[in-house]
Design a protein around this ligand. Structure first.
Ligand SMILES: *Cc1c(COP(=O)(O)O)cnc(C)c1O
Length: 425
């Protein structure tokens, strides 16, 4: 039997309507920017394999470090025990993270990093005997697929079946260009009446990823964070997507004057090699859990918390990321994306062109009602796939999120395919 036949018998794929979806592409090898299918066809991975793969596929340096770790210590319970990869990774992350961050809590992925952040924020107040339990989030936000993460995400077709089980969250308007005041006013209004009930504000800094690669200004976010600080509302930066150089700086929070109390990382953390989540926090947050009263303990953990192999992959990925070669290439990609964004502005059928660091997005002009489910999306996806390029539009939003190893000629091949599409209309 072929891979596809075997797959069809036993596999249920994520985010896939198994009745109508086309067949998956059976990949047998990855190298750098390229994935190869079982027939030998090559694909440029322009979305870093669901936004995780920052250095290209099967990077030999990461593979070597992972292999060394596998032969030394593959796993150990992280409650009552510790190990060097976890300690070293925490030390090195704290050197890169905003200076107010002082402790690292490990979990398994982006959703769990968010769950941990929410539980930390709520228990921070609980441990002090305060009834601050409500969470504020941005309209169109996406924070993951577990129940807490879904609750703070936008209500959408993704979350409809679970609606009655999601806890109540106050969503403020997304700060669309020239309408930023709406978000600011909404937050001020909430604080006026209810600041004593609000535990935290969670946000994706500067770019809302799955919500449609929506970008907003750092000045606006600074203003929102300032309001939270004044009103004793904790701030949680979900940098699961924006972390590790995506926006042109190591973390999007570096663009901001106000630093978050809690910060979530995953995706690029291990260079896309394996799953790992990190939630960092300030000394103030950590301090509220220190007590002779065992009830104030943070009772959260996963079987694979701080897995040594995942930590080793992260350390290797950090080595590569901080190297001058990678930093220069991020700079090159940023400039190329800026140049292409300028070009796109002049082309027909491209709307709302936006870019930040290595990210570029625009909306393909369509007369269809736009949604995640429209057929334009499927046609666009297939158009690029036929040309050996992996791009997964969000509705009619086309975006590029390449690994940092991509070369100018490869970017140009992708740009040419986009231009051809836009001219065809
Ligand atoms: C992907 C994503 C998550 C969820 O991460 P998973 O590892 O897929 O659970 C959370 N927040 C943001 C901003 C994301 O982009």
């Amino acid at each position: 039997m072929s891979l596809l036949e075997r797959d069809a018998v036993v596999i249920w794929h994520p985010y896939t309507q198994m009745k109508t979806a086309g067949l998956p592409v059976p990949i047998v090898k990855g190298q750098g920017l390229y994935l190869t299918d079982e027939n030998g066809k090559q694909y440029m991975d322009a979305i870093s394999s669901w936004w995780v793969n920052i250095h290209g596929h099967a990077h030999p340096y990461i593979a070597q470090k992972v292999a060394e770790q596998l032969n030394t210590l593959e796993h150990v319970i992280f409650s009552g025990f510790t190990h060097e990869p976890a300690i070293e990774l925490a030390e090195r992350l704290l050197k890169c993270l905003p200076p107010n961050q002082s402790k690292i809590f490990y979990s398994d992925n982006g959703s769990t990093a968010v769950e941990v952040a929410l539980k930390m924020a709520i228990q921070f107040w609980y441990n002090q005997g305060k009834k601050k339990q409500k969470i504020i989030a941005l309209e169109h936000s996406y924070h993951g697929d577990t129940f807490g993460a879904m609750s703070v995400s936008a209500r959408s077709a993704f979350t409809n079946p679970f609606y009655p089980f999601l806890f109540e969250v106050i969503h403020i308007p997304f700060p669309h260009k020239n309408k930023e005041f709406k978000a600011v006013d909404a937050l001020k209004e909430i604080m006026k009446n209810g600041k004593d009930e609000i535990a935290a504000f969670i946000f994706e800094p500067l770019v809302l990823g799955a919500g449609g690669m929506l970008m907003y200004e750092e000045d606006t976010l600074n203003e929102l964070l300032g309001i939270c600080n004044e009103n004793e509302v904790l701030t949680i930066a979900d940098e699961v997507m924006t972390g590790f150089g995506r926006t042109g700086k190591m973390f999007a929070s570096e663009y901001l004057a106000h630093q978050p109390d809690i910060l979530c990382l995953s995706k690029g953390l291990t260079g896309g090699t394996m799953a790992l989540g990190v939630t960092s926090c300030t000394q103030k947050i950590y301090g509220a859990f220190l007590s002779d009263d065992k009830g104030k303990t943070f009772f959260h953990g996963h079987s694979f918390t701080a897995n040594p192999v995942a930590c080793a992959a992260s350390l290797a990925s950090l080595d590569l990321l901080l190297d001058e070669i990678c930093q220069k290439n991020i700079h090159m990609i940023t400039n190329a994306q800026q140049g292409f964004a300028d070009e796109l502005q002049k082309l027909p059928n491209a709307e709302n062109v936006r870019n930040k660091g290595s990210l570029l997005a625009f909306d393909f002009k369509t007369h269809e009602q736009t949604s995640y489910f429209n057929s334009v999306r499927d046609q666009l996806y297939q158009y690029f796939l036929d040309r050996g390029i992996i791009i997964r539009p969000l509705g009619n939003t086309i975006y590029l999120m390449p690994p940092y190893c991509i070369q100018p000629s490869e970017l140009n091949r992708i740009y040419d395919a986009i231009k051809e599409l836009l001219v065809m209309g």
